[in-house]
Write a protein that binds this ligand. Structure first.
Ligand SMILES: [Zn+2]
Length: 142
């Protein structure tokens, strides 16, 4: 028997969903797979643990959740606004430090916003950074 109310259930589902990064990592993973772009490692153990990394090419790709990384497509919550503003500022500073540190070590760093994951330009950026578009990606980018 399921004793959980609808409201509670949807809260549980929201929590599960946010843990799995389904709005950020998974869509990009699927897109790369569909485009035939291979060779990436997830959470490669360098600064910031990039979501996708091509260690041989030193390309690091981060997929940033819009709320947590302060994308302009999101509004701050109406309650505790100052708390959230500071929290997100801290995240943005960390993003910057991580990117700077990786670039010093010779990495190319791409940060992709959650709201831009499905845009063709996003795939184009990655393929361009990798430097060898294959037949599939060339067709997709045309
Ligand atoms: Zn956004």
């Amino acid at each position: 028997m399921d004793h959980v109310t609808k409201a509670v259930r949807s809260k549980i589902m929201a929590a599960v969903r946010s843990r799995g990064n389904t709005t950020t990592e998974l869509p990009l993973g699927r897109l790369l797979w569909a485009a035939g772009v291979r060779g990436y490692r997830k959470h490669w153990p360098v600064t910031g643990k990039p979501d996708f990394a091509w260690p041989g090419r030193k390309l690091a790709v981060f997929v940033d959740g819009c709320f947590w990384h302060g994308c302009s497509c999101k509004y701050l919550p109406r309650t505790n606004t100052e708390f959230w503003r500071q929290k997100i500022e801290t995240n943005k500073h960390r993003d910057k430090r991580v990117a700077q540190s990786l670039r010093r070590d010779g990495w190319t760093v791409l940060r992709i916003k959650e709201c831009a994951v499905r845009k063709p330009a996003t795939l184009a950026r990655i393929v361009r950074a990798l430097g060898f578009p294959n037949e599939v990606t060339q067709a997709m980018l045309r």
